[in-house]
Design a protein around this ligand. Structure first.
Ligand code: ASP
Length: 537
């Protein structure tokens, strides 16, 4: 079985198990509740507040869940750490760790959300597998970008070519991001999904996610000025940039080291370039080792996501989700389709098939930066884009070029405005295009980053940021789709730039992938391990 078939199978298993035995499963009894920050635990219905429940986040239901009951009886116990924390703010006496406590909470979505505790336990038990897989692949990102970019620039040996590639790439990124916004907002203006959301759904969504919005809004710090951002690309301490994974600084430093090497005496520069090239090969091998875990890793990742997203939110926000997904698909086939066909001169489906491993990774990890090593491998090996192009265009793209994120932000801003009954005119919509373009550049390639910078887009046009509560419940699902588009966008840019630079592009077939152990995703780990003999000269 080929690797991507195994990954697909892993995804399917994760989704099915998530629906069947996840925390929101309709099969398992809903015997636990999450308490929001609004929840008040009382000693009896309409009674006194229980001090020992002040910091309580989850509890068990004493009786089977009755959806129509006004009050729910809950049971919980505290750990020693909980009691110490509680003592900092409240005057509680005589509490013992592990003792069962009981109380009542009002049964409304603003205070409690029921879940199946068996499902929650299963997620807790399996979550580490997904995390481990992600950690393994993320481990490679910074060194891979650094080594490959130094080698790429050093082998280019021409600043003008570099400047031309940089200029074209940035112009292309900006143009496609604006295009994505025009498509998404165009559809949202026609369909007006915000007008279709019922009053009840609106109120219950606002109530359920109210607490979580504070966190998101708090994370949305003021964007630094353009000058500061540009100066900030130059690292004062490149080792710090490498250590903290500041991608733009890493890219800048690698570019400069590459340029410096081309200006040195060849005899001196060559050993360094050779060393970096071999280290780069080792990183690529590490990507393949991590990818061997991908099928199980993605199953665990999807089990968690699907299991924790309620189907009821999905039903309420169906039209909004549909507008985002249709927008993403339109941008994919219209914009990228044209660039792939007429710019890169490749068959559209052939191209998408060639980068399928990257697409599956993007979908299941919701992180374009974690997918980056796979995207680079797919473009180089399966589309034959040269390393000097992938090593520049793809890391830059994974950091600043997020068309999927921009499109989603445009739709979300209009959706929320429509629900609040605000009619945004042409000028406001232009403000959204500008601010969402910047917000997508500012968003990091990690899960949920687009939602955080969306707070800034909303503020730019005066839409209340609390409106984020309306879309929070489906954000993680939409993130999977928009990340996939982000990765297609970067890969398309790499192929197009490669064509402009005269690369000889071609799509590698599955059959060839199977035959060649040195290219593509199949059989890469089949070499027998051997000790590397020490150098003795
Ligand atoms: N998760 C997205 C990415 O990594 C960013 C976003 O939240 O939109 O590309």
């Amino acid at each position: 079985m080929q690797l991507y078939t195994k990954i697909l199978l892993g995804m399917l298993i994760g989704v099915v198990l998530g629906l069947l035995v996840g925390p929101n499963s309709f099969l398992l009894p809903q015997d636990g509740v999450d308490l929001t920050s609004n929840a008040k635990v009382l000693d009896q219905p309409d009674g006194q507040e229980v001090a020992a429940a002040k910091l309580l986040k989850t509890a068990k239901l004493v009786d089977p869940l009755d959806k129509d009951a006004q009050w729910l009886r809950i049971r919980w116990s505290l750990t020693s750490a909980d009691i110490l924390k509680l003592r900092e703010t409240t005057n509680v006496q005589g509490l013992k760790a592990g003792k069962k406590l009981e109380g009542w909470v009002r049964n409304d979505p603003a205070s409690v959300q029921p879940f199946a505790s068996w499902g929650r336990t299963l997620v807790d038990w399996t979550e580490w597998i997904g995390r481990l897989f992600l950690a393994l692949i993320k481990m490679v990102v910074v060194p891979l970008v650094f080594f490959s970019l130094v080698v790429g620039v050093a082998s280019l040996g021409d600043f003008r070519a570099l400047g031309r590639l940089g200029g074209r790439t940035i112009a292309y990124f900006t143009l496609t991001t604006v295009m994505a916004l025009v498509i998404g907002m165009g559809i949202a203006n026609i369909v007006k999904p915000g007008k279709l959301l019922g009053e009840d759904d609106r109120n219950s969504l606002l109530a359920s996610y109210e607490g979580s919005v504070g966190d998101t809004v708090n994370k949305a710090v003021e964007a630094p000025s353009l000058v500061d951002q540009i100066v900030g690309i130059v690292p004062t301490n490149p080792f710090q940039s490498l250590a903290s994974g500041d991608m733009l600084q890493v890219i800048f430093f690698a570019l400069m080291v590459g340029i410096a090497l081309t200006m040195m005496n060849t005899d001196h520069a060559q050993p360094v370039v050779d060393l970096f090239a071999r280290l780069n090969d080792a990183m690529v091998m590490l990507v393949h080792i991590a990818m061997a875990l991908a099928p199980i890793g993605v199953a665990a990742l999807l089990f968690k996501v699907v299991g924790s997203t309620g189907l009821s939110v999905l039903a309420a926000l169906g039209v909004y989700c549909l507008v985002v997904v249709v927008g993403l698909a339109t941008h994919l086939f219209l914009t990228y389709g044209s660039v792939i066909k007429f710019g890169a001169k490749l068959p559209v489906f052939g191209f998408l098939g060639a980068i399928k491993e990257a697409l599956l990774m993007a979908f299941s990890t919701s992180s374009s930066s974690a997918t980056l090593p796979v995207t680079m491998e797919a473009c180089e090996d399966n589309v034959n884009v040269s390393g000097r192009i992938t090593s520049f265009v793809l890391p830059l793209g994974a950091t600043v070029n997020m068309d999927g994120t921009a499109l989603y932000q445009g739709v979300a801003a209009l959706f929320i405005a429509q629900i609040y009954g605000m009619d945004l005119g042409f000028a406001d919509q232009v403000t959204i295009v500008v601010s969402a373009t910047l917000a997508s550049v500012g968003a990091a390639g990690v899960p949920g980053a687009g939602m955080i910078t969306l707070a800034m887009v909303l503020t730019a046009v005066g839409v209340p940021a609390e409106g984020l509560a309306l879309i929070l419940g489906v954000d993680r699902l939409l993130d999977m789709f928009r990340t996939m588009l982000n990765v297609v966008g970067d890969s398309t840019a790499a192929a197009f730039m490669a064509r402009l630079e005269g690369d000889n592009l071609r799509i590698m077939s599955d059959a060839e992938d199977k035959e060649r152990a040195d290219k593509g995703f199949e059989h890469r780990l089949d070499h027998p391990p051997h000790a590397v003999p020490p150098h003795d000269d």
